[in-house]
Design a protein around this ligand. Structure first.
Ligand code: CDP
Length: 790
């Protein structure tokens, strides 16, 4: 089924399928949000961090005497001092180690070297300039290719036994089967591409306010955290604090996008400083600090080969990938998946063999590889396969849409096991692509393109059909540092029938306070406005691994549905007691419990809630509350078909988006308006990636892109208009048939924009331009194609 189901609850209940206005916006849009920097505690001190100006150097000495003497400075912290508490290094979420404050060397520009704690933030900043560090410069490595070359200087010489810059190797699929399939191929189509380094750049930067009281042993840490529970456990492990005494409060977040998943040195230093000084210590990073030192993404160099027949059938895929991890492998990947879920690179196509090899390298760049608005490393994978199938279509002389339709996994093949071991749950890819093509008027556009080419004009139609793997994850495969990727929901219904839902995930703009209430409303018939959703306070919410990689709906959303159903079962028994009927005969619809076959005999969920505290059947425990920890049986696999039409100016290389049609299928949509908002964000992000946004480093390792004048965030002015479509293939194993969607458009759209520009130039023989497709790159590609054909 691909048609969109209608809501089964009336608007006043506001269950699944209603575009309920976001509850949180009353607060957030009225300037009443409570962000980290809004928190002020009595006696609070301020911390600033001294960062390395050079990317690779030995530290000969650090002189802090002048800074310490400055009026208002309370303490200056160095790595040497932290080492006395065994805190100079910390474990990362990927099982590596990372310097908290540098002791031996600095390994990237912007690395944390020392911290000043002062009575106000300005004094703390001023004192940084008084710290004198003697650096002895070392050779700099700015690419993974350099890093892996023989004789390259070893960046991580702190690690015992580490004699190269190699971080990991990982592979998936079957090499022998893939080789055999390639031997049968009529041709092999090859594409080498780089997905550039980028930054999540949330509006609010990262920060921490630590309040540690050694008398009570209590550590209350306000943290810009997408995963407060996991961070609490990591804090317990790093700082040796008893976990019951650590309370992480992640307040309103001004976006996260993966940037607020890693544990940053600033968090650890502020907490240690609060412990030692016995006063609250606040640290909020500046925009430049955020851009040069925290959670980068992508930076994958990929080579893909597709074995195809002359008739246009794909036989096998081979991919080799090299990842630039920066100086510390500190992004969060599930333990068993060193390159995240990159092996979803087989895409939406049906072929028997694939082999994917991934390697990671240390470089003198900030640590990278966070799941930035995508499930772990899936954006890179999607980009690779969608660029590759388009290239194959050109090489074979087949229309790119037809080539995809010929090779798609067919609806009747689901559940479908890919050659790299994913079990796709459901989908109807041909319907999705045909619908998007129909909307854009594909046939007419191709005819127009042919006419325009005759006139020397360049117009291109780009397609991307992506499948994402989200909702990590089943505990048997997915964990971070051994913590299983389950999630939770606790539901408590008060005597007046109003409810509080506490969830293990953490909203950072996605609207969880609304959509999770809608799931409860749908199951129990309590009006959505009567349900408060709480998150982000580890003392007051059940354990969970947090919000990233579109996992909230597939995991915590499922937990919410299940706990609601568990309460509905108890509520039915109470209703049976009130109605003097058998609980087997009780039906629940829209908050009314009625007796089968006896119309008019009913009680409401509000009546039942009151009875749960006042009038129970014999032997039943009081209250109407429960908690559920959900361990999903599989990931969920949302997908989409995107079509972009561009006009390219051959004189300047400037390209403009004429149409952007995006069809998304995330199964059952809880709140269609919120889903569309998520998709708009992702499509804008994909546009930014393809057209203007990247972070580069010069040969000396200086970060180019340390401010928003250089790292460009698209505004409404340059962002194209989006035309959204939807189909619905519910996930068969999810309690409400929902798949995640938070990141889909970021995953799916960059290839669509790039494919459109390449399509405009394809008849000239152009097959690839690396992102971002800046006008001068496009112009140069046109010039060299015309030069070589002349
Ligand atoms: O983990 P994250 O919240 O970033 O991603 P998600 O689970 O895909 O959800 C993003 C937002 O879209 C949340 O508010 C979801 O509840 C909502 N959503 C929805 O309304 N229907 C879906 N099928 C999937 C997500």
């Amino acid at each position: 089924m691909t048609t969109i189901p209608k809501p089964t609850t009336p608007p006043e209940i506001g269950g699944i399928g209603h575009s309920v206005k976001r509850h949180e916006d009353d607060r957030l849009l009225a300037g009443q949000g409570n962000f980290l920097d809004d928190h002020v505690l009595p006696g609070m001190l301020h911390m600033a961090i001294l960062r390395s100006p050079v990317p690779h150097a030995r530290i000969n000495s650090i002189d802090t005497s002048a800074a310490t003497a400055l009026d208002g400075v309370v303490a200056v912290v160095t790595g040497e001092l932290l080492a006395q508490y065994n805190l100079a290094w910390m474990p990362t979420l990927s099982g590596d180690t990372q310097a908290v404050l540098a002791t031996d060397k600095v390994r990237f520009q912007g690395q944390e070297v020392a911290a000043v704690i002062a009575t106000d933030p300005y004094t703390a900043e001023d004192a940084l300039e008084l710290i004198d560090v003697d650096y002895e410069l070392l050779p700099v490595i700015t690419s993974p290719q350099q890093a892996m070359a023989d004789g390259a200087v070893v960046i991580r010489d702190d690690k015992e036994g580490q004699t190269t810059n190699h971080v990991y190797d990982w592979e998936s699929g079957d090499a022998a089967e893939t080789d055999a399939a390639f031997a049968q191929a009529d041709r092999v189509v090859t594409l080498e591409t780089h997905y550039p380094r980028s930054h999540p750049a949330p509006l609010e930067t990262c920060g921490c306010l630590a309040d540690v009281n050694s008398t009570t042993g209590q550590a209350t840490i306000y943290l810009t955290s997408q995963a407060p529970h996991a961070h609490r456990t990591v804090f317990a492990m790093v700082a040796g604090l008893p976990e019951q005494n650590i309370r992480i409060i992640s307040p309103d977040l001004g976006g996260g996008f993966g940037n607020k998943v890693p544990v940053y040195p600033g968090y650890v230093v502020a907490t240690a400083a609060s412990l030692v000084l016995q006063r609250p210590v606040k640290w909020v990073e500046s925009r430049t600090e955020n851009l040069i030192s925290t959670g980068f993404a992508r930076d994958y160099y990929m080579k893909g080969e597709l074995a195809v027949t002359d008739e246009g059938r794909i036989l096998a895929l081979r991919v080799n990938m090299l990842s630039d991890q920066g100086a510390f492998y500190s992004d969060a990947q599930p333990t068993q998946f060193r390159a995240g879920l990159f092996h979803v690179v087989t895409g939406s196509y049906d072929y028997p063999a694939a082999h994917v090899k991934c390697a990671g390298a240390y470089t003198n760049k900030a640590p990278g590889g966070v799941a930035y608005r995508c499930s772990f490393r899936i954006t890179e994978a999607s980009f690779m396969i969608e660029r590759l199938v388009q290239t194959a279509a050109y090489e074979l002389g087949i229309d790119p849409a037809e080539f995809r339709l010929k090779n798609f996994i067919q609806p009747e093949q689901f559940p479908y096991e890919t050659p790299t071991g994913f079990l796709y749950d459901s989908g109807d890819y041909p319907t999705a692509l045909r619908t998007a093509l129909g909307e854009v008027g594909y046939e007419e556009l191709r005819a127009e393109q042919a006419r325009l080419r005759d006139e020397g004009k360049l117009m291109g139609i780009g397609i991307a059909h992506f499948t994402e793997a989200v909702g990590a994850g089943p505990s048997k495969k997915y964990d971070i540092l051994g913590l299983k990727m389950i999630d939770s929901a606790e539901l408590r219904i008060h005597p007046t029938g109003k409810a509080i839902l506490k969830i293990g995930v953490k909203t950072q703009g996605q609207g969880h306070e609304t959509t999770f209430a809608q799931i409860v409303a749908d199951e129990l018939g309590i009006p959505v406005t009567d349900i408060k959703v709480m998150h982000g306070d580890t003392d007051n919410t059940p354990y969970g691994l947090g919000t990233y990689a579109s996992r909230s709906t597939p995991v915590a959303g499922a937990a919410t549905a299940v706990v609601s159903r568990e309460l509905a079962e108890k509520a039915k028994k109470i209703a049976a007691h009130l109605l003097e009927a058998s609980d087997q005969d009780i039906e629940l619809a829209n908050g009314q419990f009625s007796v089968k076959g006896t119309p008019g005999k009913s009680v409401t969920i509000q009546d039942v809630a009151l009875a749960a505290y006042t009038n129970l059947p014999d032997g039943m425990d009081y209250g109407l509350e429960g908690v559920h920890y959900y361990d999903p049986p599989n990931l969920t696999y949302p997908y989409g078909s995107y079509v972009v039409v561009v006009d390219v100016d051959p004189e300047t290389g400037v390209w403009k988006v004429r149409r952007m049609v995006a069809l998304d299928d995330c199964g059952v949509r809880i709140n269609p308006m919120i889903v569309e908002g998520q998709i708009h964000g992702g499509l804008t992000e994909g546009f930014a990636k393809s057209s203007m946004q990247w972070i580069t480093f010069d040969e000396e390792g200086n970060c180019i892109g340390s401010n928003l004048m250089d790292y460009l965030i698209p505004t409404a002015w340059e962002t194209p208009r989006f035309e959204l479509l939807a189909t619905c293939t519910p996930s068969p194993h999810h309690p409400i048939g929902a798949k995640g969607v938070g990141e889909s458009a970021t995953v799916g759209s960059p290839a669509a924009y790039v494919n459109a520009v390449i399509d405009a130039l394809a008849h000239l023989g152009v097959r690839n331009i690396d992102m971002p497709l800046l006008p001068d790159r496009v112009w140069s590609a046109i010039q060299s194609a015309q030069g070589s054909s002349a």
